[in-house]
Design a binder for this molecule. Structure first.
Ligand SMILES: C[S@@+](CC[C@H](N)C(=O)[O-])C[C@H]1O[C@@H](n2cnc3c(N)ncnc32)[C@H](O)[C@@H]1O
Length: 289
């Protein structure tokens, strides 16, 4: 099978900051030609005698702004894209980066990150980018750390970069649920025991335990994510157990009541309504059905 290579170009005034990209998994990905990271110092495109890349803001105010000419010239000098290219401006004013965005970008053939510095950019630089992305609602001194975090999150989703594809599929945020707790040897560390079920070798029980712990973690740590979780019919008993175990979880019951197993018309077996439902239907609708 032909593996595709993703091209990542970073426009930065501080290329040395990207040394961590030459370690570990990203290093191996580049050696395997799954990924190429090219660092472009846009100061090289400044035409003034002193290679200035910044200037004072019109209208006054603190700090210096990145001038448009060097960044425009660096972008224009990029080789013609051989596939899908996305130009992304690192900016605290952009949409906050998340796992879904990492997945979308990992499907591109080329990503170009522009790292700002100083007080920000001349506004016209924004015209030449596809999007602005923020690492979070705080202000960094420059875009380099943000770009590195985003590149790392994207790179591990490129097919072949992680040894086992499955290890990315079960990650927190990939399914809207946080990942379940994980343990490795020893089974007993200074009296702290690995849960018995994980030592049982009983695959169905392990799967049930992991799903329940994922649900527990998400409810307790990140209730803001619950609205995006797609519950499955098999979650019903787990959720009922969790509601009894945690007073914080009980008030969410309306989110899974639609999964309540219904008696079949004939026979005594029970079956769940709809296997996958994202939002809870109204309780009134349910009782009328
Ligand atoms: C000191 S900041 C400038 C912030 C600017 N005055 C503003 O309010 O938008 C310098 C540069 O760091 C980068 N930066 C700062 N915070 C960031 C964040 N949360 N996410 C991504 N990049 C950020 C951007 O490239 C920004 O142009």
């Amino acid at each position: 099978m032909n593996q595709r290579m993703m091209q990542i170009t970073v426009l930065t005034l501080f290329p040395d900051m990207f040394a961590p990209m030459q370690e570990s998994i990203l290093k191996r990905a580049q050696e395997a030609r799954l990924l190429e990271i090219k660092l472009v110092n846009f100061r090289d495109y400044a035409t003034s005698k002193h290679k200035n890349v910044d200037d004072v803001p019109y209208g006054g105010g603190a700090g210096m702004l990145l001038k448009p000419e060097p960044i425009f010239a660096a972008i224009r000098d990029l080789t013609q894209p051989c596939g899908k290219r996305r130009i992304i401006l690192m900016s605290p004013q952009g949409q906050v980066f998340h796992q879904e965005k990492a997945k979308l970008w990992s499907e591109q053939e080329e990503l170009v990150f522009i790292c700002g510095h100083y007080e920000g950019f001349d506004e016209r630089i924004r015209e030449m980018v596809n999007e602005e992305a923020s690492l979070g609602d705080y202000v960094l001194t420059g875009g380099e750390l943000a770009a590195m975090v985003m590149i790392d999150a994207v790179a591990r989703l490129i097919p072949g970069v992680l040894g086992e594809e499955a290890s990315a599929q079960e990650d927190s945020h990939t399914t809207a649920l946080l990942e379940y707790p994980q343990y490795t040897r020893p089974a007993d560390f200074e009296g702290r025991q690995v849960p018995d079920v994980l030592l049982s070798g009983h695959h169905a029980l392990i799967k049930r335990w992991r799903r329940k712990e994922s649900l527990r973690r998400t409810f307790l740590r990140r209730p803001d994510l619950i609205k995006t979780v797609i519950f499955e019919a098999d979650d019903y008993p787990l959720l009922e157990e969790l509601a009894l175990e945690h007073v914080e979880i009980a008030p969410w019951k309306t989110f899974w009541e639609h999964l309540l197993p219904q008696p079949k018309k004939r026979g005594t077996k029970f079956e769940a309504r709809g296997s996958k439902v994202g939002v809870p239907p109204s309780l009134k609708g349910l009782s009328e059905e």
